[in-house]
Unconditional design. Sequence first.
Length: 175
Amino acid sequence: MARRTSMPAFLASTTHKYVPQLQHQSQHTHPSIPQSNKKQARLRALIALASSPPTMASRSSILLATAALAALFAIGSCTTPLTFAVGKGSKPGHLILTPNVATISDVEIKEHGGDDFSFSLKEGPKGTWTLDTKSPLKYPLCIRFAVKSGGYRIADDVIPENFKAGTTYKTTLSI
């Protein structure tokens, strides 16, 4: 009895609540273990489980999961509006494009009125993409590119007919 008085109130009530149920579970006992030892072992296990504090691993796991979700949310919500700068030296048959993000690849161009993206740009130094054609392109140009995180994106009518070298053109996309 002295042990019960030193226990917190919630443990004492838990002990009283479950002791009668343990007495009625005699059909689930093993014959080689005396009944009283099983009851005492179950009672001790119940008290130990109820009185043990949460482990640090569970708290740190919750904290780690929360931090990971916060980081994923922050990365997912921080997108950059995509722009293309037309490089110096560009003219209707020679186009140099520099995107403001480095996460794109496989840049292709479709001329105004074209059915498909028939011009592939070559990747150059410093993140530039170059296209040389024998005849002038029909503007405005649509640009299709692969995103390194997966999938292709299309920016419609990005480079206008009267483009100027050294000018940056905005798209409606964010990456």
